[in-house]
Design a protein around this ligand. Structure first.
Ligand SMILES: Cc1ncc(COP(=O)(O)O)c(C=O)c1O
Length: 372
């Protein structure tokens, strides 16, 4: 509805209105001129995998073998798809921490698996992991646990202790642990902006049943390029490489080459973007906390706020009316699965010329809704 309506302030997609940085676009143009127009390996360009291994060594202190533990994919969602399909047989079950980006649960369903959503309760100012609920949900058909940190839509960031407990839970029950880390660079609670969230790979050994999905979309404003990657134990990485052949074979060659430049030359631009995002987050939290009936924890990562609206039982209808009356497009909390109803998701990656009127219109809408 929102996409076909004129004049909508769009805060519903997980992307900013900033274009891809110029140096990345130029790298793609150069790659085309240099002949990156042919097929690449199913696991992606060896030079991009080597650059990623280097990036993880520097940024996370993690040693990865670019030959056998990294697979380039055509986006984060494709990494998720390939990873889940490698792990699940029909009828197998996956535990998914929610509220979460719905694609994980949908992909489990498309692999003829069963998604068991385990809501993360809000304890004071922080979301937690309900390990008792996880223990109750696990059964002989359970194969996988999927979590997202930083989280879409919560902005929650798993602590090292959370990660240790998740890993230990999966080891004990012989499950694969799938970490969606696509937002790891969008982190505001580090010692300095640009410090990433610690990857689960810092804790896992290379023999653990762990896979991580990632993407160029969020850190480098490359949502339309469709390049991501997967890191996993080598048996899974080998299977994922084979499976890639039958889905998309590989990400576009020139886009992979441009992604290499994004990694090696993108830090300065990334830190500039993080400064803008953090200021946007603070602006929106302050505005929301002035609105009646709104509770919003301060998230440490990603670029979303997930305020709870007092008395709200139909977030879809709320968002539909907000769109029609005020031309503000948000995502209803119900879209994010168990634990999502009663909230709305705001993506604060747009610039101030969009966020300021959007917050004003939301405040006006809420005042009327409460008066009615
Ligand atoms: C949690 C999460 N994982 C993965 C993705 C996939 O990103 P992409 O397919 O653009 O790489 C998204 C996109 O919104 C996301 O929110």
């Amino acid at each position: 509805m929102a996409m076909s309506m004129p004049g909508v302030l769009k805060l519903y997609f997980g992307e900013s209105n900033q274009p891809t940085p110029e140096f990345i676009k130029q790298a793609a143009v150069q790659a085309l001129a240099d002949g990156y127009t042919f097929y690449t390996e199913n696991a992606g360009l060896p030079s991009l995998r080597r650059t990623l291994a280097d990036y993880y060594r520097k940024l996370q202190g993690v040693a990865l073998d670019p030959e056998s533990e990294i697979v380039i994919t055509a986006s984060g969602v494709q990494a998720l798809n390939v990873g889940i399909r490698c792990v699940l047989d029909p009828g197998d079950e996956a535990l998914i921490l929610t509220p979460a980006w719905p694609n994980g649960s949908s992909i489990v369903g498309m692999a003829s698996g069963v998604a068991r959503q385990i809501p993360q309760p809000l304890c004071g100012e922080r979301y937690a992991i309900d390990f008792d609920a996880l223990e109750r949900a696990v059964n002989p058909r359970t194969r996988l646990l999927l979590y997202t940190s930083p989280s879409n839509p919560l902005g929650w960031v798993a602590t090292v202790e959370d990660q240790r407990l998740l890993l230990e839970f999966c080891q004990r029950h012989r499950l694969w642990l799938l970490a969606d880390e696509v937002y790891d660079r969008l982190y505001y609670a580090g010692a300095r902006l640009g410090e990433p969230v610690a990857s689960i790979l810092r804790l896992a050994t290379r023999d653990d049943a762990v896979l991580v999905v990632h993407s160029f979309s969020k850190s480098y404003c490359m949502t339309g390029w469709r390049v991501g990657w997967l890191m996993a134990r080598r048996d899974l990485a080998r299977k994922a490489t084979q499976l890639n052949e039958f889905i998309i074979s590989h990400a576009p060659s020139f886009a992979q080459k441009a992604a290499e430049i994004a990694l090696s030359a993108g830090e300065e631009e990334l830190v500039r973007m993080l400064g803008r995002l953090k200021a946007n987050r603070d602006f929106c939290i302050e505005a929301l906390r002035r609105m009646p009936g709104v509770t919003v924890p301060e998230p440490d990562g990603a670029f979303y706020l997930f305020p709870k609206i007092e008395g709200l039982s139909d977030s879809f209808e709320f968002c539909r009316q907000l769109l029609e009356q005020e031309r503000v497009g948000l995502a209803p909390g119900v879209a994010f699965g168990e634990g999502g109803e009663g909230s709305i998701r705001i993506c604060y990656a747009a610039d101030r010329s969009v966020l300021e009127p959007a917050m004003e219109r939301l405040a006006k809408f809420l005042c009327f809704a409460i008066a009615a």
